[in-house]
Write a protein of this length. Structure first.
Length: 67
């Protein structure tokens, strides 16, 4: 099973899935709880500006829940 997580809204995810005809599950995490737990919410830099954001990451989790 493939699951994506982002701070975007459920409605935004629904539009994205429809637009790109995706067959994956996208979860909304506006409080960043899961993103922080997995280390994917980090300080980013662009054009000399620093901000917190999602660092794209891939994790494999086995049936026992081990990363």
């Amino acid at each position: 099973m493939i699951i994506g997580v982002s701070p975007d809204s459920i409605q935004s995810h629904a539009r994205f899935i429809e637009k790109h005809d995706l067959a994956i599950l996208l979860l909304s995490d506006p409080e960043h709880a899961m993103l922080e737990a997995y280390g994917a919410w980090q300080l980013k830099k662009m054009a000399g500006r620093e901000y917190m954001g999602v660092v794209r990451s891939t994790l494999l989790i086995d049936p026992q829940g081990l990363v």
